[in-house]
Design a protein around this ligand. Structure first.
Ligand code: MOS
Length: 718
């Protein structure tokens, strides 16, 4: 945006945008009738199961189809140089690495066994004999692998400021790999009609995925139609086209029959992009009265050779507080492990756990209230480039949360064997706008919204319907929302918390065009037009939509992405508070209550927004206390490859007293609907509040997450 946008949505007067409305797709989902990717089985569909490499690096020398002789129902074993090594990174828009017969990590898909039934395909995939030429001495851990040291991002002179600081901390943290493991595993059904491909797949970004399919297969994007009307969770793991989809497309073309490929949970763990483990070093220097003068956040993450993505660990550390000297340096290790990519709030989710814990340690050393320290160091402008912030209510969130949570009464206390403590942390997450198009069709009795935007469980169907209804004077029941079809206008897709603002802005703009046309037909100025209950009023005239619209009025609009970044810096801000009980003897941590206070621009649907914030906070809790992906240090294979061994927070781990509060905000700089990203702010900083509460309860710091009982005991005994 070149300048602040007028706030039309505050003047349409229907009260639909923002209201805590139910998701229209809810009944379909809970009744099991929403068609997910693998639910639509075309006639004659074959079933494919991916065969995965059992070496860390090397070559496939032979895939012995003869080893399946006599297994009834096996149709073919597909190997093809176009198969992909791992899912595409978000918004790649081109094929990911295609390996042919090369193996780059243990668990990499190398072939597809196709059979008449899923059971046969799975059985045969296990029986298939594959011969390899394995490379010797392959580094399969981040510590032993090649290290690419990046140039530091700096502002001011960190070293000088740090040397001169009166009070300093220099702290090391470690976080393990995480996996998204959405409820719906990655799945695809491919069907060709002549040279036209229809692919149903669980994907977050259809506009980009279409290009990734075309490039992978070497065909024109016009030959590809992707359908993803319902997606059962993504968290980043479905941003890019996956190996199951490309294998299904290749097999279906070769065999002349539709092919369905669904990943097992174990394959999801092995072959879908993980969140990188991180080593983080935070150095902070302050004056005696708590002004931060030196701020550095260095990290080492890992990804396989050939992947450009590196977990942006210090993303929020670069804009949340200021200092005279700042420095951020990243190193990327290149082990033969499952490639890494975006997982909910890439960067902030784990970066803020370490950074906000370090800020707490600085407060401790200063003998200062951690809330005070944070309030004192909120910068006037972006510390790295001087850009002004757009709407930013960080201080309000911190103060409001402290008040609600009873921060002033914070006292470490004991209840029998349990040590009780309170912690807090700031929340921050970058805000983005990505090019998006949408079409709105208005008839006399309702409207249809069309875009290839996806709903990955976040509430897209609800909020796009709300925006159109609000703008056009209709009820949400009168608006039908059609999503997840690549033949529809291309949107941002779901990712980076930008989907609602980006696709929502496109729907808003298309509806605004319709309003202008309606005003013209009514004979009034667009500014004088009010629409409600299917009636248009303006300039002392009143007409029903049915009278103004003959058959149909159609408008399509595109919002361009990224413009806002040049003028000002937009991010979501908030504050997390947690109270924990730590068992003195077992080291077990129970979270007693959590509060998140957030300001994230205009809230489009109070219910779906709250659910996103709560879900993020639960993941923050899981990151602090439970989640840990482990790899075998001999060959790199994933050891914790199901939800029994990879622990996520269960219902009993999550406190009943978990509150989310939204502070009213409009971000005029962000987009024409003044909203900001919501999906990822809830996780950003939440885990730090818990770590800080553990420190408050025990007087000791755990700097390796998750804070499992043995780590807590070790800290307490130190
Ligand atoms: Mo997100 S990790 O960009 O779905």
């Amino acid at each position: 945006m070149d300048k602040a946008q007028p706030r039309l949505l505050d003047n349409t007067g229907q009260g639909i945008v923002g209201a805590p409305l139910d998701r229209p797709d809810g009944p379909l989902k809970v009744s099991g009738t929403a068609p997910y990717a693998a639910d639509v089985l075309p006639t004659g569909c074959l079933h494919g199961v991916l065969v995965r490499a059992t070496i860390s690096r090397g070559k496939v020398t032979r895939v012995d189809k003869g080893s399946l002789a006599g297994v009834e129902g096996v149709v073919d074993v597909i190997t093809d140089p176009r198969m992909i090594r791992n899912p595409a990174q978000g918004m790649a828009g081109e094929a990911p690495v295609q390996t042919g017969d090369e193996v780059h990590y243990h668990g990499q898909p190398i072939a597809l066994v196709v059979a008449e039934s899923f059971e046969t395909a799975r059985d045969a995939a296990h029986r298939l004999k594959v011969t390899y030429e394995a490379e010797d001495g392959v580094a399969v851990t981040p510590d032993t692998a090649e290290q690419e040291v990046g140039d530091p991002d700096t502002a001011g002179d960190f070293n000088a400021a740090y040397d001169g600081a009166a009070v300093k901390v220099d702290l090391d943290y470690f976080s393990p790999s995480h996996v998204a493991a959405p409820m719906e595993p990655h799945a695809a059904v491919a069907e060709w009609t002549g040279n036209q491909l229809v692919l149903r797949s669980a994907l977050q970004m259809v506009r980009f995925n279409k290009l990734e399919v075309a490039d992978s297969l070497g065909i024109s994007p016009d030959a590809v139609r992707i359908l993803a009307p319902y997606v059962g969770g993504g968290f980043g793991s479905k941003l890019g086209i996956g190996p199951e989809a490309i294998a299904a497309c290749i097999a279906a073309q070769k065999l002349g029959r539709p092919v369905r490929v669904v990943m097992s949970r174990q394959t999801v763990f092995d072959s879908v992009l993980r969140r990188s483990e991180t080593m983080q070093r935070v150095r902070l220097g302050a004056t005696k009265d708590g002004r931060i003068v030196a701020l550095s956040h260095d990290d080492r993450v890992s990804n396989i050779q050939g992947e450009g993505f590196a977990e942006p660990v210090s993303q929020a550390s670069q804009f949340i507080y200021g200092a005279d000297g700042l420095s951020f340096q990243q190193t990327v290790a290149r082990p033969a492990m499952t490639p890494s990519g975006s997982v909910r709030a890439p960067g902030e989710a784990v970066g803020m756990i370490a950074f906000e814990a370090a800020v707490d340690e600085l407060a401790e050393k200063l003998g200062m209230d951690p809330l005070e320290l944070r309030l004192k160091n909120i910068p006037d402008t972006h510390p790295m480039d001087g850009r002004p912030y757009s709407a930013r209510r960080l201080a309000d969130c911190l103060n409001d949360g402290a008040e609600r949570f009873g921060w002033a009464d914070r006292k470490m206390r004991r209840e029998g064997d349990w040590l009780i403590g309170m912690g807090m942390a700031s929340a921050a997450r970058t805000n983005m706008l990505i090019e998006s198009a949408a079409r709105v069709r208005l008839t006399g009795t309702g409207a249809i919204v069309e875009t290839d935007m996806t709903d990955i469980g976040t509430g897209t169907y609800a909020i796009l319907g709300q925006i159109a209804a609000e703008m056009l004077g209709l009820s949400v029941e009168q608006v039908e929302v059609r999503l997840g079809d690549s033949d529809l206008p291309g949107a941002s897709g779901s990712g980076g918390s930008f989907g609602a603002s980006s696709a929502g802005s496109a729907v808003f703009m298309a509806a605004k065009t319709l309003r202008e046309e309606l005003a013209k037909r009514l004979g009034c100025e667009a500014d004088d037009l009010t629409l409600s209950g299917g009636i248009a009023r303006g300039g002392n005239v009143e007409k029903s939509l049915a009278d103004l619209v003959d058959l149909e009025m159609v408008a399509e609009a595109t919002i361009e992405g990224g413009k806002t970044a040049k003028e000002s810096f937009s991010a979501g801000f908030g504050a997390h508070f947690a109270e924990v009980a730590v068992n003195e003897w077992t080291g077990e941590v129970r979270v007693r209550r959590m509060l998140g206070v957030m300001a994230m621009g205009r809230i489009l649907n109070e219910k779906t927004a709250r659910s996103q914030a709560l879900g993020g906070m639960v993941w923050g809790l899981g990151s602090a206390l439970h989640e840990e992906m482990m790899n075998d240090t001999r060959d790199g294979h994933v050891v914790t490859r199901d939800l029994a061994n990879y622990h996520v927070a269960s219902h009993l781990d999550v406190p009943r007293d978990m509150q989310v509060v939204f502070l009213e905000e409009r971000d005029d700089e962000a987009n024409p609907i003044q909203s900001k990203g919501i999906g990822e702010l809830g996780i950003s900083g939440a885990g730090a509040a818990i770590l800080n509460a553990i420190a408050h309860a025990t007087g000791k710091r755990v700097r390796t997450i998750p804070a499992l009982p043995d780590r807590v005991i070790e800290a307490m005994e130190s």
